[in-house]
Design a protein around this ligand. Structure first.
Ligand SMILES: Nc1ncnc2c1ncn2[C@@H]1O[C@H](COP(=O)(O)OP(=O)(O)O)[C@@H](O)[C@H]1O
Ligand SMILES: [Mg+2]
Length: 287
C-alpha cells in the first residue's frame, strides 16, 4: 500500500493547521493511500541516521528545511520545498512574477538594513514615497492571514514602520484603491482551477477571512482565470492559492501566490474539497 505523510507545523497552537492536514489525510485515505498526520518535528532530521520514510509527503507547512531533508532521502515532496521557499518570501515571489511581466501592483523591494543601523536621512525613503505616494502598502516578506500587511497613510507612519522593520525582508507596494477590502482567492492544482471565492471586508482594507473578511463563491472572468493560472505557473506551484486584486478597470492584478494555501474556508464556501484534487494529482504524478 502506498504511504504518505501529511506534514503540518506542530508548534502553532491554532487547530486550523492540523485541520488542514486532516482534510488532506482523509482525501488520501479515500484514494487508498495510508496517510499519516505528522507534526514537522516528529521526524528527526538526523543527517547521520536512517529514518523510516513514506512513499511521498504533502508539506502543508513552511518547514522548508524538512522538505529539503525529505527530498535528500528520495521522498517526493508536494509542493516541492524550493517552491515553498520561493513563495514564502513575498519579495522573492514578486521578483519572479515581475520578471515574467504579470500584472501586479507597482512594487519596490526594500533594501537590507541591519537591525542596529539605519538609512533614515540617506534620501532613499524619500524616493520611495515619491514613487508610490500615500496611502501605500508595506508588506513583510514572511506573513500570512493579512497579519504582516500594513496600510501606511502618511510619512510619520511610514518612517515608524521602516525603522521597525530593520533586519526584516519587506516590500513597498502601490495601494490598489479599487480593491480596498476585496479580492479573489483561486485554488489551483496541477495547472487547473479547482475552486474560487470572492472575499470582502467591510471593516478592513484586507480581505482575508481570518482578518474578518466574508467569502462567497464566484465565477471567474477569463482574464482572472488566465492570470491566476499564469501566476501559479510562474512560481512553479502545483498546489497554489492565488490572490487576485481588482485594478481600476476591474482588471485582475496578482496580489500573491500561496504555496501552502488553506483549503477549509474554500470548502465551506464552495463545497469543493481541494484535497481530493491534490491527492489525485500526486498519484498521477507518481505513476
Ligand atoms: N497592493 C495592495 N492593494 C490593495 N490591497 C492589498 C494589496 N496587497 C494586499 N492587499 C490586501 O491585503 C490582503 C493580504 O495581502 P496578501 O499579500 O495576500 O498577504 P497575506 O499573505 O497575509 O494574505 C489581500 O488579500 C488584499 O485584500
Ligand atoms: Mg493572501
Amino acid at each position: 500500500m502506498t504511504t504518505c505523510w501529511v506534514i503540518y507545523n506542530g508548534s502553532l497552537v491554532s487547530d486550523k493547521f492540523a485541520d488542514q492536514a486532516r482534510l488532506v489525510a482523509e482525501a488520501a485515505g479515500r484514494a487508498g493511500v495510508a496517510a499519516k498526520l505528522m507534526k514537522n518535528y516528529e521526524t528527526m532530521m538526523d543527517l547521520s541516521s536512517e529514518v523510516e520514510l513514506p512513499d511521498f509527503a504533502v508539506l502543508l507547512d513552511k518547514d522548508i528545511l524538512l522538505g529539503y531533508f525529505l527530498k535528500s532521502r528520495g521522498v517526493p515532496v508536494y509542493n516541492d520545498p524550493s517552491i515553498i521557499d520561493l513563495c514564502d518570501n513575498k519579495a522573492t515571489q514578486y521578483i519572479r512574477l515581475a520578471s515574467l511581466g504579470l500584472p501586479m501592483p507597482k512594487t519596490i523591494i526594500a533594501p537590507k538594513v541591519y537591525p542596529n543601523f539605519s538609512i533614515l536621512g540617506s534620501g532613499y525613503f524619500e524616493r520611495v514615497i515619491e514613487e508610490l505616494d500615500f496611502p501605500m502598502i508595506v508588506k513583510e516578506g514572511h506573513g500570512s492571514f493579512g497579519m504582516k500587511v500594513y496600510l501606511i497613510e502618511n510619512e510619520a507612519a511610514f518612517h515608524q514602520k521602516v525603522e521597525e522593520l530593520r533586519g526584516v525582508d519587506f516590500v513597498f507596494q502601490e495601494f490598489i484603491q479599487s480593491s480596498r477590502g476585496r479580492d479573489i482567492r483561486v485554488n489551483i492544482v496541477g495547472g487547473k482551477i479547482v475552486a474560487a471565492m470572492y472575499r470582502h471586508s467591510e471593516t478592513d482594507f484586507r480581505a482575508n477571512i481570518t482578518n474578518g473578511g466574508q467569502a462567497s463563491p464566484v465565477s471567474l472572468t477569463e482574464p482572472q482565470k488566465e492570470l491566476a493560472l499564469k501566476a501559479a505557473d510562474a512560481v512553479g506551484a502545483v498546489f497554489a492559492g492565488v490572490d487576485l486584486l481588482f485594478g481600476a478597470d476591474e482588471e485582475p492584478l496578482v496580489c500573491e501566490v500561496n504555496a501552502a494555501a488553506h483549503i477549509r474556508n474554500i470548502m465551506n464556501v464552495t463545497g469543493v474539497n481541494v484535497a481530493d484534487a491534490m491527492i489525485a494529482y500526486i498519484l498521477e504524478d507518481l505513476k
